[in-house]
Ligand binder design. Sequence first.
Ligand code: SF4
Length: 463
Amino acid sequence: MCGIAAYMGRGDHFRILVELLLELQHRGQEAAGIVLFDMEAKRFVRLAGSGVVSNLLLKDSARNISIESAQGRYYGGIGHVRYATTGGYWGAVIQPIIVNTGGLNFSLAFNGTIANYRLIADEIRVKASNDSRVLGYLISELSREYRGDIVEAVRHLSEYVIGGYSLIVLTNEPRIIIARDPAGYRPLSYSLQGEDFYVASETAALEAVDAGEWSEVKSGEIISFDGFSLEKYMTGSAGTPYPCVFEYIYFSRPDSVFNGVSVYEARYRMGKELAGLINGIEVDMVVPVPDTGRIPALGLSETLGLHLEEAVIVNKYMGRGFITPPSHRSMVVRLKYNIVRNRVIGKRILLVEDSIVRGTTLNHLVSKLRYAGASKVHIGVVSPPFKYPCFMGIDIPAKNELIAGDLIPEEVARRLGADSVIYNTIEGLGKAVGLPSLCMACFTGRYAFKGLSLEDLENMVKR
Ligand code: SF4
């Protein structure tokens, strides 16, 4: 995952970027960074560090940057919140990065995964242990090949990259270039209001900062803005879009729109689809696992005429479980949820969760609910069983770490200590989103990379 943002215009660049990144904080909590173009010194200024966006404001240099930004010293800026998919969790490259290989200098922020980054690094003869650096070097190399034309370089990226990306480049002209890969796995949206150009991974962030009417960057589209004119291009190899279904299930905010589909409405319909699969069990109440279980639980409870009870309370300060580093995951799971005991005593519960990856959270929640006095705990899962890894920007573990890898639902329920587990179907999920094509490779094992099997992709990443 990751969140990316940009701004170029007449406003206070630093403040606007901080606001956009705060609105994208749910997409990454491990690190945050901002790069601004200093018009006086004709150079990039970078502020970055581990942790959440508000940590940036505590840095010594933040005060000066903030004052200078309010005085109009910067023109053009990009930002990033990080969730690690390659390069490890801590101490790895924090974006945006600055690429200075002679000629055109630029800063890059991207959301996604370049699965074949080691192969690309070999091909273009650079040393890099992280896909963001390799992507930066590849753009630099290609722009040299196309006589300094960075848009042309970005247009040709997809001929080299196996994986998924939405990206933002800030050049030292200065100019902002934004792009989504031809499959459009990750979201990206923008708004141009007069001379003010805003970019954010999600439409909700643009709405939150009052950026005006927004548009989504199309799959395979490249947009360039130099402060005066906005130009649009399409990548040469644009094919069928395969937006990530997990953006609808978990990652994106419910108040965002992705590929013209409201995430809220898609989640609600996922709950309705799941409701059609709840047969042969008696329940007294539907209990969502907050936050992403809430909207599907609403769709499910309204469809079945069941009482919805917010009996699982979340400690929001613990962050999002899925994007928490493995070293902290068990602590987060243990401390994140608590049960309202007097609401569940003697009750038969249908717990609604967005997905089951390793099963750690649900295992803990089921035992907490039973300890609190629930008489039955069934689990309704908004996703089909997770069976395969992702190579397009989500840190889904290897097959042997996925609880549903080789197990039938009855066995998964036994391992979780639940009375039953009911998964949504792949067809139901597709119907709930309502797009003609979607990436669902983590459920089906069918990747959209022609001629590459799961084994090929795994070997490429391991290499
Ligand atoms: S494999 Fe799953 S998580 Fe990865 S892009 Fe496809 S749908 Fe999204």
